[in-house]
Design a protein around this ligand. Sequence first.
Ligand SMILES: Nc1nc2c(ncn2[C@@H]2O[C@H](COP(=O)(O)OP(=O)(O)O)[C@@H](O)[C@H]2O)c(=O)[nH]1
Ligand SMILES: [Mg+2]
Length: 153
Amino acid sequence: MRFLVVGPRGAGKSTLIRTLTGCGGKVGKTQMIECLGEALDTPGEYLELPRFYRALLVTAQEADVVLWVAAASGPRFCPPPGLASSFCRPVLGVITKMDVPGADAEAAREELRQAGVKEPYFLVSAYTGSGLAALAAKLKLPSATGWKNMGRG
Ligand SMILES: Nc1nc2c(ncn2[C@@H]2O[C@H](COP(=O)(O)OP(=O)(O)O)[C@@H](O)[C@H]2O)c(=O)[nH]1
Ligand SMILES: [Mg+2]
């Protein structure tokens, strides 16, 4: 299943994609829309700056589903209310970085709700691998083990 991953800068999109697909090397700053296996990675600016919305919405047409990523650790992002409903594809909410001490899933949940992403959300950590199996199953991917188990963390 092809999936487009959106979320603010630093939310953990690229790391999540690598753990889910096993594709790609070191995670650096994502500069453009990038294809990694079944995943389409996007720069955080595409969600943060309205002039890029069109590119995101058009690219979503190449995917079966959109993953909207919010981190359980700060800084918080204030999404445009209801933007998720502008995608012509189902949008799944993913709350990542659940391993961070003091992780605030509730704040991330509020962020996704404001964006118009429907519950239930997937609570995961790309570092420890927690919650990734359920997400991988939903995306019909082979089970992901998490960054640390990939010998990269
Ligand atoms: N603790 C923790 N850090 C993470 C996790 N996922 C990503 N990070 C870190 O968060 C930072 C931003 O990650 P990146 O994947 O580049 O975010 P992107 O800008 O959304 O693509 C990097 O330093 C990652 O190592 C996670 O699940 N847990
Ligand atoms: Mg990135």
